[in-house]
Design a protein around this ligand. Structure first.
Ligand code: ADP
Ligand code: MG
Length: 240
């Protein structure tokens, strides 16, 4: 679904990604871990060109989206993104947050979008919050709405950047539960997280990003029980 070839990203002289090559296959849940500042967000944001790579190529469903001639907006519609800070529109109801994009880009009528939004609110367990504003919701509820909003476009892949890092501990579980359900339904996912339990249980593959590269990449079982790179061993000894 996504193929990343020698991806490079520098901010000025600061090289953050130094030639990353990997792929995300249909139905995979790829979990990305690594130290703070190692480039996890930059990597994830590069996948839908929220960051413009300074080198290399990204192919999404066979199309080179790093080619300047590609209409990125067309492809972005197929990639849902969920951020640490929710990024809901504060002046819009939950319904409006969810229906805005599909209606605006002409994918659905308002009525179709409303119908779909209610279905999605059911799915994330918040049907009663349709007419609420974001500041009336808890952090966990906001993030579940953000997931529903991303799903409203019918994406082929979902990108999550530390979706539970801004939550109070008692709300982490409700968001992880939605993500687990999504994974079980067959959604292709790339997830940056510090939730090692999620990585073990739901991940099909785990990547360790450090020093601008993927230093280790393995099944969760092997990754956690038999880490090879010294930096990964050190990292795991601190977080597990
Ligand atoms: P992570 O998500 O792993 O914590 P990031 O991808 O956010 O790391 O950041 C990696 C490095 O890139 C950091 O040193 C950060 O300061 C730098 N960086 C990220 N975004 C920008 C930007 N827009 N401008 C300059 N430097 C940036
Ligand atoms: Mg980050």
């Amino acid at each position: 679904m996504i193929a990343v070839s020698d991806l490079k990203k520098a901010f000025g002289n600061h090289v953050v990604l130094d030639g990353i090559t990997t792929e995300i296959r249909k139905g995979e849940v790829v979990v990305i871990i690594g130290p703070s500042g190692s480039g996890k967000s930059t990597f994830l944001r590069s996948l839908n060109l929220l960051e413009r790579p300074t080198g290399g190529h990204i192919y999404f469903e066979g199309v080179d989206i790093t080619d300047p001639k590609t209409d990125i907006n067309l492809h972005r519609q197929k990639m849902g993104m969920v951020f640490q800070q929710f990024n809901l529109f504060p002046h819009m109801t939950v319904m409006k947050n969810i229906t805005l994009a599909p209606v605006k880009c002409g994918k659905m009528s308002q009525q179709e979008a409303d119908h779909k939004a209610l279905e999605l609110l059911e799915r994330v367990g918040l049907p009663e919050k349709a007419d609420s504003y974001p500041d009336m919701l808890s952090g966990g509820q906001k993030q579940r709405v953000a997931i529903a909003r991303a799903l409203a476009m019918g994406p082929d892949v979902m990108l999550f950047d530390e979706p539970t890092s801004a939550l109070d501990p008692e709300m982490v579980g409700e968001v992880l539960a939605i993500m687990k359900e999504l994974a079980r339904s067959g959604m292709t996912m790339a997830v940056v997280t510090h939730e090692m339990g999620f990585a073990r249980e739901v991940g099909t593959r785990v990547l360790f990003i450090n020093d601008g590269n993927i230093q280790e990449e393995n099944t969760p079982q092997e990754f956690f029980s038999n880490p090879k790179h010294p930096r990964l061993k050190e990292f795991l000894s601190k977080v597990l």
